[in-house]
Structure formats: structure tokens, C-alpha cells
Design a protein around this ligand. Structure first.
Ligand SMILES: Cc1cc2nc3c(=O)[nH]c(=O)nc-3n(C[C@H](O)[C@H](O)[C@H](O)COP(=O)(O)O)c2cc1C
Length: 185
């Protein structure tokens, strides 16, 4: 797997990476235990503060690690990591060290104790912002406090989950600046 040269960006720009909702790897740590899970169910909620809402079922081992530590890292893997994404989503932590099993490298974050997954091309360090929907929907609302992304390529190919084991690989980027009117201005 390749490694990326990365730079920090304003956290408000995190949405440019997350809005097309690629499947992400959520890494967590509570006390001495680290873990990783795959996640497709999340949404951007606000630009400033940079908020993202994530549905993580209570049956996942990651749920308790994240609930207790109140933090995690959202990492974006690339399309060539599809088998790793599925493998991580098909196994549960606790007794298994998924970093070791899937040949991934835990790297220290700056604002969280949870490790970032080095082989991914973008990392968003998340702090629990609102737990009001946790009991009813297993829905965490996180604030991203640090965003670290690949310098080049800016947007490598990503994997998007369609359900039932089917995935879409992201295509090329396009833009139409002459038609672009954010917030109707
Ligand atoms: C592509 C993909 C997307 C997934 N999306 C989610 C999700 O959004 N929320 C969730 O709770 N589980 C999701 N899962 C399932 C977890 O990744 C899976 O239950 C995993 O084993 C949890 O690991 P853990 O028990 O070590 O935390 C997804 C799995 C895959 C393969």
C-alpha cells in the first residue's frame, strides 16, 4: 500500500472530503485498547464547528470504546483497500488486533489519543460534541478538530457502499463554476 505526503487543512474544509460519503475506517482507543471498524452511515451536519453525525450500532465493539473515550478518528481509505475495508467490517475487535491482522499502521494523532490509520489518505480527528441521540439512535455527533489530508493526489479513488456487499468506485471530479451559486447567492 502506498503512503501519502499530507498537510493539515482548515477543519471547515473537512466536508469536501466527506460530503460524497466514501466508506471510512473509524479508529478508536480506550485506555490501552485500540480498534478499527468500517462505516458507511454518516452525514455532514455543520461547517463551523465542523460537525459529522455517525450511526454506530451498539453491537459493535467500537461503540463502547468511542462512547467511553468520547473521541475517534475518521480515516478515508482508497479503492485499492476494498478487501481490507470488508475484512475490517467482517471482524470484531476485543480479542483481535485489527491493525496487525490487516497490516495497517497506527500513527499518533494530535488532538485525540485514538490512532490514525496511516495507509488512508485523509484523517479527521473527532471529539464527541453531542450524545443526545446516542440512546435512541446510536447516533454520535462529533466535532472534527483536526483534518490531515493527502497533498497529491488530492482525491484518490474511494469506495462507496451501496449495501448487500455492492460497492461503487468513485469516478473523476468535475465542476461548473459559472453555474455554482452556494446558498442561492
Ligand atoms: C462497507 C461497510 C460499511 C459499514 N457501515 C457501518 C455503519 O455505518 N455503522 C455500523 O455500526 N456498522 C457498519 N458496518 C459494520 C461494522 O464495520 C462491523 O460490524 C464491524 O465488525 C465492527 O467492528 P467492531 O466490532 O470491531 O467495532 C459496516 C461494514 C461494512 C463492511
Amino acid at each position: 500500500m502506498r503512503s501519502y505526503r499530507k498537510e493539515e487543512i482548515p477543519v471547515a474544509d473537512s466536508r469536501k472530503y466527506l460530503e460524497p460519503t466514501p466508506v471510512v475506517l473509524v479508529s478508536s482507543r480506550y485506555k490501552s485498547e485500540t480498534n478499527i471498524m468500517s462505516m458507511g452511515w454518516y452525514t455532514i451536519m455543520e461547517f463551523v464547528p465542523s460537525l459529522v453525525g455517525c450511526m454506530i450500532t451498539g453491537a459493535n465493539h467500537s461503540y463502547e470504546l468511542i462512547r467511553k473515550s468520547k473521541e475517534c478518528v475518521i480515516n478515508i481509505p482508497t479503492a485499492n483497500m476494498l478487501e481490507t475495508i470488508v475484512g475490517i467490517g467482517n471482524t470484531t475487535g476485543g480479542k483481535l488486533d485489527k491493525f496487525r491482522k490487516f497490516g495497517l499502521t497506527p500513527e499518533a494523532g494530535k488532538t485525540v489519543s485514538a490512532p490514525i490509520v496511516r495507509e488512508c489518505y485523509a484523517h479527521f480527528e473527532c471529539h464527541l460534541y453531542d450524545a443526545q441521540m446516542l440512546d435512541t439512535y446510536n447516533f454520535f455527533i462529533f466535532e472534527i478538530r483536526r483534518a490531515l489530508v493527502s497533498v497529491y493526489p488530492k482525491y484518490p479513488k474511494t469506495v462507496h457502499y451501496r449495501g448487500d456487499g455492492e460497492f461503487m468506485i468513485a469516478g473523476k471530479n468535475t465542476s461548473i463554476p459559472e453555474k455554482w451559486r452556494p446558498q442561492g447567492k
